[in-house]
Design a protein around this ligand. Structure first.
Ligand code: R5P
Length: 315
């Protein structure tokens, strides 16, 4: 099997627990790197082992504080390039800024593209991401992007729940394809909720398509940030007569601001998320189950390093 240099794995400080789990799954030690902040806030990175000629993977989701996580990743990649790593793969389980992927108003940025540009410019040779807010972001890169998905994990979770009379709900038009894939694997119908955004972090449901009356709804989301969207969707489903026992699946539990309060909504029976970003203890709720993406990332790294097809992890 053709390989590129020795496999080395490093983690930034955004989600060290995930980095350690990936290392454990892979059966390789986490690389030794010194990352600290100067008193003024600038970030310092120094690898404490050689990376010359190595096939290096750096795990760093753009978790809160998002700009710190991003800049730390950029400096980690720049340092690797200058230390003569052979190939550098940026593993970004949660790609922040993905919701700014197009101009919705004049004179706005396309920040998702800017992030792709800087990752590439500093020296990333390839990128691994999970459940991008918009899959087209892959095209913002001129280097290979492996877009993994947590969907099979949600399929297994929901199957184990043996939900009768269920319906899978796309909480907005952007999630329809994902909802269709989940529904077809669970053998359930699909409903779609339409929403509009009058301002940042505020959403309003306009209408619900699909028969939800008397049904147990499974909402499939990419990101739960403030929790506003999901709660609005739950309220709309309840108005349509859905059972007050909604299951919410979401890959990235950003849980900013008063998300824990919103998600305490009594009709949300369960919230299933992954560990792409860490959930601080004081934001955790009893009804949240966290599935680990470590095996998925480890398998992707194993295949990339071994030059083995990875497409099985895209569905
Ligand atoms: C937006 O279209 C995304 O798919 C999520 O629905 C949204 O970002 C969640 O944000 P929040 O939890 O703040 O409503």
């Amino acid at each position: 099997m053709a390989t590129v240099g020795e496999l080395k794995l490093f983690t930034g400080t955004a989600n060290p627990r995930l980095g350690a789990s990936v290392a454990e799954q892979l059966g390789v030690p986490l690389g030794n790197v010194d990352i600290h902040r100067f008193r003024c806030g600038e970030i310092y990175v120094r690898y404490l082992e050689t990376v010359r000629g190595d096939d290096v993977f750096v795990i760093q989701p753009f978790a809160a504080p998002v700009n710190e996580s991003l800049v730390e990743m950029l400096i980690m990649i720049d340092t690797l390039k200058r230390a003569s790593a052979d190939r550098i793969t940026a593993v970004v389980p949660y790609y922040g800024y993905a919701r700014q992927e197009k101009k919705d108003a004049p004179r706005e940025p396309i920040s998702a593209r800017m992030v792709a540009d800087v990752l590439t410019t500093v020296g990333a040779n390839r990128v691994v991401v999970i459940d991008l807010h918009a899959p087209a972001i892959q095209g913002f890169f001129n280097i290979p992007v492996d877009h993994l998905t947590a969907l099979p994990m949600f399929v297994d979770y929901c199957r184990a729940r043996r939900i009768s009379n269920g319906i899978v709900i796309a909480p907005d038009a952007g999630r329809v394809k994902t909802a269709e894939r989940l529904a077809s694997r669970l053998d359930m119908p699909v409903g779609v909720v339409y929403k509009r955004r009058p301002s940042h972090n505020v959403s309003e449901v306009t209408h619900v398509i699909g028969e939800v009356e008397g049904k147990t709804c499974i909402i499939i989301e990419d990101i739960i940030d403030t929790g506003g969207s999901v709660v609005n969707v739950v309220e709309a489903l309840l108005k349509g007569g859905a059972r007050p026992e909604v299951l919410v699946c979401a890959t990235h539990a950003v849980l900013s601001s008063d998300a824990p309060v919103r998600l305490s909504h009594p009709a949300i029976a369960e919230l299933v998320v992954t560990d792409t970003v860490p959930i601080p203890e004081d934001r955790m709720l009893d009804k949240i189950s966290v599935l680990s993406v470590a095996p998925l990332i480890a398998e992707a790294i194993r295949r990339i390093h071994g030059n083995v097809s990875i497409s099985a992890l895209f569905n």
